[in-house]
Design a protein around this ligand. Structure first.
Ligand code: AMP
Ligand code: MN
Ligand code: MN
Length: 319
């Protein structure tokens, strides 16, 4: 069993790095924090890395401030590296370097597009969230799940399943969540922090963003846009622009929603969501991205206008 191999590697490791993906979400953040607390309880020295800031709505999680966003000369070499919720090395951003500098690397993930880039790979596309796999790992290591671990795991599972509503939600998802509730997680408290704690700037941004929605292919494809200018106009920052593709998806008759977001560096981040049929991972692959069948993404180096034209052209072919 794969967990036994991980156990073996852990036995001989003291200094351990956990890396989350760029533009972190609840799953990568929750996985890193939960595993960090678990490994610390085994007496390991744990270092957390994530290139980009943890979004405000996740900052209620204990330990969020422990993430490092740069590599220092004395913190480059580790006995063991874990990449969590990362489908390929590019998703580690600047911390891709850790994979080159260190020999023992473990990749725990649930993306069907995972490239199995580590020396040990545990990839399960049937898991709704990487946090489900981290729960299994912690259980198999017989580590006590305290409230910090439980809250972090519940957060990752909730955010990757649309609060237990997407098609990736399974009976296993619910049994793990049930266990976490037994261990003290308060679902209302977590949901209030995650979903009902918007800044006024974010709400104003939502209004503008919703106003950009357009329909194509007889209403089966929707597009929605976020520009830097919109952020400036309402005084919102980049971190406050997450999770908006849902507004375009939740329209009657829409099968595929495409969000185009202008990033700080001028590149366009595309988020893809489908309801039943269209394979978003396949569409994202065409542009060097990846993800899952119902949710995927890619980054395109062009204007927002051009990104929209080329992605729409490929998307229409899938119907
Ligand atoms: P997002 O639209 O950023 O919420 O991402 C949806 C899913 O696609 C997540 O599971 C991401 O991990 C994955 N994803 C997003 N962007 C990329 C990318 N550039 N490369 C690979 N996977 C991505
Ligand atoms: Mn993720
Ligand atoms: Mn995930």
């Amino acid at each position: 069993m794969l967990n036994n191999n991980i156990k073996e590697l852990l036995k001989n490791s003291k200094k351990i790095a956990l890396v989350g993906h760029i533009m972190p979400d609840g799953d990568t953040t929750g996985s890193c924090l939960a595993l960090a607390y678990a490994l610390e309880s085994l007496g390991k020295d744990v270092f957390l890395f994530c290139q980009d800031d943890i979004p405000d709505n996740l900052c209620f999680l204990e330990g969020c401030e422990k993430f490092n966003n740069e590599l220092t000369p004395d913190n480059k070499y580790f006995d063991l590296i874990f990449a969590l919720d990362c489908s390929d090395p590019e998703r580690l951003g600047i911390f891709k370097k850790l994979l080159e500098l260190n020999e023992q690397t473990i990749n725990i993930d649930h993306h069907v597009s995972n490239t199995e880039f580590a020396s040990l790979n545990w990839v399960d596309p049937n898991a709704a969230a990487t946090c489900e796999l981290i729960y299994e790992l912690i259980e198999s290591l017989n580590i006590h799940i305290d409230i910090n671990i439980a809250n972090a795991l519940y957060t990752g599972i909730s955010t990757d399943t649309g609060n237990f509503s997407y098609s990736n939600t399974t009976s296993k998802t619910h049994s793990i969540a049930a266990q976490l509730l037994t261990l003290g997680v308060k679902p209302e408290e977590i949901s209030n922090n995650l979903y009902r704690n918007n800044s006024l700037e974010r709400v104003k941004l939502i209004a503008r963003v919703i106003d950009t929605i357009e329909l194509y292919k007889h209403g089966q494809i929707s597009t929605i846009e976020i520009t830097k200018d919109m952020l400036t106009k309402v005084g919102a920052d980049e971190k406050e622009s997450s999770g908006m593709v849902g507004y375009a998806k939740d329209i009657k008759g829409v099968e595929l929603a495409l969000l185009f977001k202008e990033q700080e560096d001028g590149q366009i981040k595309v988020s893809m969501r489908s309801k039943n049929i269209i394979d978003c991972n396949k569409l994202a692959n065409i542009f060097g991205g990846g993800g899952h069948a119902r949710a995927a993404g890619c980054t395109i180096n062009s204007s927002l206008y051009d990104a929209k034209i080329i992605v729409l052209e490929e998307a229409k072919k899938l119907f």
